[in-house]
Write a protein that binds this ligand. Structure first.
Ligand code: NAP
Ligand code: G3H
Length: 502
């Protein structure tokens, strides 16, 4: 038995994985498990527990019971534990990456990078613990108050944080929630995406070995459609940090009542390409932005808006490069692999068909075999086509030709999403002016849209999110100020007279 399998043997029986709470790995009393199949070859990767509402109650209660001890564990100790966890994540990156590739069809090298990026986030979160430093404010800053009134403000945890991640980054986008939650002194209940839950469940072993006490970190597995509503409306959950679709985000917001929410949702990022853009740099950014992990990234380039002076050359070059992408097995690091489900493939195909029916030109792709869709370039897409507005989450890139920067701004802003925008041009003054007009969280100038580096603020406007992620921002969002006001009495006041020097 290899060392990794030995370390992880506690969390499973054969291919049946358990859920983790109070430092123990458990089988659900439901007797039900959910099979997870490799989207590339349909082989069974494993099965996860379908937790019941009673188990949800118990797990949340375990997390609640352990808040006080974890909150009073020194911040430095909590940070040290995260750094130990980062070491373990790095040590096991190859094993976990392979598992992740099998679960969600991400090319092996990208899957390993996802794991290592999570270790980086754990380390950087530990190092950002000074985001928890408070401040002292004297009353006399405001008219009518004296320095006998003084507020001492420090940051305290919110309580039990529910962390829910998406299938496309199941390890990283649960890890990027767990780390700030823990360093801020919260206890955590993680509900991983079903496709990705095996890899994410390994946080149980990692955090326990790193020194996280029982009950501080817990997992719940089960379909979101079955236990999601119960979980998010649970009265002992104090905050929800969620990444996933805008549709699920809206549902959670309805069910969660007054809980604080931190949401990273869908996107429809548009790349505005002006006539003077450097062609080859722009082509590289579009190819990598639109097609890496088959376009299944919130920050994928999902629309290109080129000006007339560059449109023909750009479409031609993007189609040429798209045709060179390799197709097939994620284990062999092919550029394009399987989409997460056949249902999602059907949806992507629907968007392609709708565009073609309404007059879009197919420059390459529009071919499907099983769950693989060939990289597809659609030119002359118009605003009446669904793909101009709906999030394809697949390897299809629509070109909507524009006649002016103003038109590009209008089309960008008409979207219900507002994650990121891109401008490709040599004219940085104009780029900066356009950037100010775009209703998005982030504008990239001469680069593809992307979340990282992970200490940058990351946020979406409109249906793309709520609140701000990014390491120190997440720590702040997962803690709150606690204010103690000192009202000093005249009694203890030192009597001294200040005399102005002449
Ligand atoms: P999803 O279907 O919304 O699922 C996301 C998570 O929510 C999964 O863990 C899912 O569990 C759970 N869930 C489903 N219904 C729920 C409910 N009623 N209550 C609570 N949780 C529930 O999204 P996805 O397909 O995994 O991810 C793709 C989407 O996420 C895309 O729209 C993409 O743009 C977006 N995304 C955004 C970002 C960002 O940073 N802005 C990052 C990554 C992805 P199950 O798996 O069990 O259904
Ligand atoms: O899928 C959404 C992720 O937040 C995107 O992250 O830009 O690093 O691929 P990324």
């Amino acid at each position: 038995m290899s060392k990794e399998i030995e370390d992880f043997s506690v969390m499973k029986d054969g291919l049946e994985y358990k859920y983790y709470t109070m430092g123990e790995w458990k089988v659900s009393t439901s007797g039900n498990t959910i099979p997870i199949y490799n989207p590339y070859n349909d082989k069974l990767v494993g099965e996860v527990q379908a937790c019941t509402p009673e188990e949800v109650d118990q797990i949340i209660s375990n997390a609640k019971d352990n808040i006080e001890c974890w909150e009073t564990t020194p911040i430095k100790e909590r940070a040290d534990i995260l750094q130990k966890a980062a070491k373990l994540i790095n040590r096991w990156a190859d094993y976990l990456g392979k598992l992740l590739m099998q679960e969600n069809g991400k090319p092996l090298n990208s899957a390993i990078s996802e794991i290592k990026r999570t270790a980086l986030i754990f380390n950087a979160t530990a190092e950002s613990r000074d985001s928890l430093i408070g401040k002292t404010i004297m009353g006399d800053i405001l008219e009518g108050y004296s320095r006998e009134k003084m507020s001492i403000t420090y940051r305290v945890p919110l309580g039990v944080i529910l962390c829910i991640g998406p299938f496309n980054y199941p390890f990283n986008l649960t890890g990027s929630k767990i780390a700030p939650a823990l360093v801020a002194g919260n206890t955590v209940v993680m509900k991983p995406p079903t496709e990705g839950s095996i890899t994410a469940s390994h946080f149980g072993v990692i955090l326990e070995k790193a020194g996280v006490p029982p009950g501080v970190f817990n997992t719940i597995t089960g379909r979101g459609s079955e236990i999601g509503d119960y979980l998010v409306s649970h009265s002992d959950i104090n905050m929800i940090s969620f990444t996933g679709s805008s549709q699920t985000g809206k549902r959670i917001a309805e069910k969660a009542e007054m809980k604080p929410l931190l949401f990273e949702l869908g996107g429809k990022d548009a790349a505005i390409v002006l006539d003077d853009a450097i062609l080859e740099n722009t082509v590289d950014a579009i190819i990598s932005g639109a097609f890496s992990y088959n376009g299944q990234r919130c920050t994928a380039v999902k629309r290109v808006l080129p000006m007339p002076g560059i449109a023909d050359r750009l479409v031609k070059r993007v189609a040429e490069e798209a045709k060179k992408l390799t197709i097939g097995d994620p284990a062999q690091n092919k550029d394009i692999g399987p989409i997460i489900s056949s249902k999602q493939c059907d949806y992507i195909q629907e968007l392609i068909n709708d565009a073609i029916d309404k007059g879009a030109e197919v420059k390459c792709g529009n071919k499907r075999k099983g769950n693989i869709i060939w990289p597809t370039v659609l030119d002359k897409v118009t605003e009446d086509m669904r793909i101009a507005w709906e999030e394809q989450f697949g390897p299809v890139i629509p070109f909507i030709r524009i006649k002016s920067a103003q038109e590009a701004i209008e089309i960008s802003n008409k979207s219900k999403y507002g994650l990121q925008g891109m401008i490709f041009t040599e004219n940085l003054d104009l780029a900066f002016n356009i950037a100010q007009e775009l209703e998005v969280g982030t504008v990239q100038i001469n680069g593809k849209s992307s979340r990282g580096p992970d200490h940058f603020p990351f946020l979406g406007t409109k249906s793309s999110g709520m609140g701000t992620q990014g390491i120190s921002y997440a720590i702040k969002n997962m803690s709150r100020p606690k204010v103690v006001v000192m009202n000093l009495s005249e009694q203890g006041k030192l009597v001294h007279e200040c005399v102005w020097k002449e």
